[in-house]
Design a protein around this ligand. Sequence first.
Ligand code: SF4
Length: 357
Amino acid sequence: MKNYDGIALFSGGLDSILAARLLMEQGRTIKCLHFYSPFFGHPGRVEHWQEIYGLDIDAIDASAPFVDMLRRGPEHGFGSAMNPCVDCKILMMRLARERMAEYGATFIVSGEVLGQRPMSQRRDTLNVIRRDADVRDILVRPLSARLLDPTAPEESGLIDRSRLLGMNGRGRKEQLALAEQFHITEIPTPGGGCKLTEKENTRRFWPVLSRLASPDVNDFRLADVGRQFWHDDCWLTIGRHKFDNEAYAGLLREGDVHFKVAGFPGPIALGRRSRPWDEDSLREAAALVASYSPRACRASEEGQRISVRVTVNGQTHMVEVTPRRETVFHEPTWEDARDELHALRKPGKSCEQNAGK
Ligand code: SF4
């Protein structure tokens, strides 16, 4: 493990590929680290990337420290949705720095390009990231290095600064030309697919962060499955198809409420709360779950009694319901999340303060 000159942050995006390859062209040995979490990353693609891009990549689960950062409230705030890009980059660099000794590396590589993104790649922000991650002397940004101060490995001659680049701005022309030079034919689409940048996903994740006292990785994974409904601190997720229903089996934990309509095909639903559910909320949830079983709805209209099997910690009981969509539960909207996130942008207000914790 200890035979690498540097370690590179590798998202799978074109810039991270080019940054690593540029240094490899100089004869430097680079280990790429692909961090993943419930919100970003594709550990399943690592083998393919290694093959087509000629890189040496390790996938690293960053879920727990990332969720911890979200829970504490990102110091530098959120972007256009629930994306805490500056804090995310600081965290990834810190995690990389912690692993340098393990790989024998003396510097960290990042594919950031000056001026490419409004929030996280302005010159002042790049400096903040370098400072707060405590990687001032060891962070090399090969794609924009000629526009930035020289770093220790450049000054020592380990990296030839004259062979680094001076990319600036949002255009991709230079990156595409470099990709061609490196014979890279599979060009990743820009954007990277971080779920926290998308409204649809913010709608799912924000209630978890703002309503639960101490959300963990499993909570955010659950928020990514099925339809989401909330009533105060009662959280109900209803499967949309068999993949959702199967996912619940891996996410179920002590105290969770498992709902299934008895005697009719229909979805599985999972309810979660930090304390036991009250009977009224259980009944409302059961009625909503039954409303997603068309055959149960028809049978109810024909006068048949409908029961939902409710299981908590292995104990099952039946709840008789009339299937209905109008209940005390509601689906969170992007607008709700947007307004609360907007409030957080006010200086000096943290995420946890806004959530009333
Ligand atoms: S888009 Fe997502 S993965 Fe990328 S820096 Fe922002 S928060 Fe991190």
